[in-house]
Design a protein around this ligand. Structure first.
Ligand code: URP
Ligand code: ZN
Ligand code: ZN
Length: 466
């Protein structure tokens, strides 16, 4: 028999609503919302003085990912658990095509990594590393399997990089299929030349990761991928946009009516390149791509969120332990695995930096942390809002509670990594109780269930633009 739950007295906030009501959940779905519901339920949760919001959706994580000569430190058990503690109930992770092999085989590999392990629901984008004509048909099969978005890289030559011809072929096919392209937009070919110059000059420290990645090379990648997407007629999603130069290119294209949306991440909203100047090797903790930028870019990104030129906030969670993993690059910044942790901290960081600091209202907070990603990636309205008939993925959020984010704070750090990228950050606004398809998985910051998250097949995300 289905478990039933009644959430009473909460303030329900979605991307457009804000009202006080009770929510009745029968099994996995919300079946009634109303004032003073008088229905018997097996479980009753009092949400007085709490926000009741759609569970966060993080459309960019890398669990159990081989990268930089090692594996990202969170797998599909620890990553989704940490996400849940932080108020995220669905992630879209990245399956990877091994170059020269079938994308469908890559998908099987990621199902093996994830299925049966995760606490929350998850979906996959597919990272495409080559796309000869003979494989184009696989993209339709992927869409049928619920993989309706594909990430391609202009960065990381020799690893994940693909040339413009491959971009164009994959873009055409994705557009024909009614699916979306995710773009890592940075000119990796030129960046590699800049890195060679720095290495030849004897530079080895972490800060050279930032110094070898000019914002203009991100802006160029954004411009070029938008131009190719326009010609190929495919909806585009720029991942992890980090700076004003890149944002300007997105704005210009949107002004021309091009279907491009963009994601930014907490690291680009709260951290800046001065982190690379820390003592000794410590800057390696923030070696990620794109790199942290000059601080003034942060205001531009917040403005972009406010005026809707930026659509979503994802974490690009790609954790590597400082000891032994980041230390692979002790001799040279070029060997530091790229990526940083953050899947657990996103909701509190954005609530604090956005709502508490007056940069966005509550509805926009829900939109950028949940609803917009659901809409961009074929999860809406199953996920991303609170309404009758939707999955009961619900977060009960305490808007007053303060915490200090730290690797040593057992409330803010369940990620399997030995440092926090936001060490010492004080946040107001904290996740208390979390429901995933009606199951109370976290209650008063305690985990109640071990697993039960499911793979979510996503719907088509865009229609052919001609
Ligand atoms: O440094 C990063 N971002 N690592 C993860 C891979 C990617 O490019 O998203
Ligand atoms: Zn990327
Ligand atoms: Zn990423």
């Amino acid at each position: 028999k289905n478990m039933s739950t009644l959430i009473k007295n909460g303030r329900i906030v979605t991307a457009v609503d804000d009202y006080n009501a009770d929510i009745f959940i029968d099994g996995e779905k919300i079946t009634q919302i109303g004032k003073n519901l008088e229905i018997g339920a097996e479980k009753v949760i009092d949400a007085s003085n709490r926000l009741v919001i759609p569970g966060g959706i993080d459309p960019h994580t890398h669990f159990d990912m081989p990268f930089g000569g090692t594996m990202s430190a969170d797998d599909f058990e620890s990553g989704p658990r940490a996400a849940a503690f932080g108020g995220t109930t669905c992630v879209i992770d990245f399956a990877i095509q091994t170059k020269g092999e079938s994308t469908l085989k890559g998908l099987d590999t990621w199902h093996e990594k994830a299925d049966g392990k995760a606490l929350i629901d998850y979906a996959f984008h597919m990272i495409i590393t080559d796309m000869p004509d003979s494989r184009l048909g696989e993209m339709r099969k992927l869409a049928d399997e619920g993989i309706t978005s594909y990430k391609l890289f202009m960065a990381y030559p020799g690893v994940l990089y693909v040339d413009d011809g491959t971009l164009y072929r994959a873009f055409r096919q994705a557009g024909d299929n009614g699916t979306r392209i995710c773009m890592h937009a940075e000119n990796g070919i030129v960046i590699d030349e800049i890195i060679k110059e720095a290495v030849a000059d004897g530079h080895t420290e972490p800060k050279w990761h930032g110094l070898t990645r000019p914002t203009r090379m991100e802006a160029e990648g954004v411009y070029r991928s938008i131009a190719i997407a326009e010609v190929a007629k495919v909806p585009l999603y720029i991942v992890h946009l980090s700076c004003s130069d890149a944002l300007e290119e997105v704005k210009r294209a949107r002004m021309r009516g091009i279907d491009v949306i963009a994601e930014t991440c907490p690291q680009y909203l709260f951290l800046d390149k001065s982190y690379y100047e820390k003592q000794g090797f410590e800057g390696a903790k923030w070696v990620m791509t794109p790199a942290l930028r000059e601080k003034w870019n942060q205001d531009e990104l917040w403005q972009g969120l406010k005026f809707r030129d930026l659509e979503t906030i994802a974490t690009d969670h790609c954790p590597f332990c400082f000891k032994e993993q980041k230390e692979l690059g002790l001799e040279s910044f070029t060997k530091i695995p790229n990526g940083a942790p953050g899947v657990e901290n996103r909701m509190s960081l954005i609530y604090n930096g956005g709502v508490v600091k007056g940069r966005m209202d509550l509805n926009r907070f829900v939109e950028v942390t949940s609803t917009a990603a659901a809409k961009a990636f074929g999860l809406f309205p199953k996920k991303g809002t609170i309404a009758v008939g939707t999955d009961a993925d619900i977060v009960i959020f305490d808007p007053e509670r303060k915490e200090t984010i730290s690797v040593n704070n057992s409330c803010t750090h369940h990620m399997r990594v030995d440092y926090s990228a936001y060490e010492g950050f004080e946040v107001q606004g904290f996740t208390e109780t979390v429901l995933s398809r009606g199951r109370v998985i976290i209650e008063n910051n305690e985990q109640k269930i071990e697993k039960g998250g499911q793979f979510v097949k996503r719907a088509l995300t865009g229609s052919r633009l001609d």
